[in-house]
Design a protein. Structure first.
Length: 265
């Protein structure tokens, strides 16, 4: 585990001891938006040359009375931690906001719905490259990208999933697809699951999906969250990725393997 990962894990544990809710995540997102536009403030809140108590006092002076007590507790915990840069501090806050949004969904029993909605949106963007291009185009602002997402998914997915998609087009972020993929990994982790990414040539019905899930869980020896993507180019069979392990069982893969063997003769 890297030093930064250890800091994040420690902060997650601290935040889990705070009485947070969905409002906390919304307020963290608002703070992140403020810090995105204020370089001096984010540097001051994460300045490693300043005393920990000074950073915490600064956070309290700026945000007390403007956010709920639980949100201020989270901000104080993050201000007390050491980050390599102001940008790393802000990204960690954003990550915590996403995590708390997903935790609230888990608490009210809607995490499965949110996960399904996020994967549905991700599949639509993957299947339409022009959307992926538009969502990462720096010529379009975050507001324009959120308007596009609202036109695509508004009223068709849960409000929580829509709110998370909106966060995936923040300025200076990585591309939309890997960002939403990170949300899905966070949701799976909260549910105690590992993601199994399955690519098939044709859609699977519920019965076949259930059988495939059972077989993969038996093979992996752990519960899985199945994310099925349809791609006619696989020609037949199934491609499965569980973590870093990839299982190829498609006609395309077998033909490619045969081609490589012929080349090497």
């Amino acid at each position: 585990m890297k030093a930064g990962d250890a800091v994040i894990a420690q902060l997650d544990a601290q935040v889990d001891g705070i009485d947070t809710d969905a409002v906390t995540s919304d307020e963290l997102f608002a703070v992140v938006d403020l810090l995105d536009g204020n370089v001096m403030l984010r540097r001051s809140l994460s300045d490693p040359s300043a005393a920990e108590s000074s950073r915490v006092e600064l956070a309290s002076r700026i945000f007390r009375g403007k956010v709920a007590p639980a949100t201020l507790e989270v901000l104080s915990a993050f201000s007390a931690a050491e980050f390599e840069s102001g940008a790393a501090f802000v990204e960690a806050l954003e990550r915590e906001g996403v995590r708390l949004k997903l935790k609230a969904a888990r608490s009210d029993g809607t995490l499965d719905t949110v996960t399904s909605d996020l994967f549905q949106a991700l599949s639509v963007v993957r299947d339409h490259p022009e959307l992926a291009v538009a969502l990462r185009n720096p010529s379009y602002g975050a507001a324009e990208k959120r308007e596009l997402l609202e036109r695509l998914f508004g009223g068709r997915i849960s409000p929580v999933a829509q709110a998370l998609l909106d966060r995936a087009v923040r300025p200076n972020l990585a591309a939309f697809v890997p960002t939403v993929g990170g949300f899905l990994r966070a949701a799976a982790e909260l549910a105690g699951l590992t993601i199994a990414r399955v690519t098939v040539a044709r859609p699977l019905d519920e019965s076949r999906t259930a059988r495939l899930k059972a077989a993969l869980e038996k093979s992996a020896g752990k519960p899985l969250s199945l994310q099925v993507h349809v791609d006619p180019s696989v020609i037949g069979g199934v491609n499965v990725a569980i973590g870093d392990d990839v299982i190829e069982s498609t006609v395309a893969a077998r033909l490619e393997d045969a081609r490589r063997q012929l080349v090497n003769l």
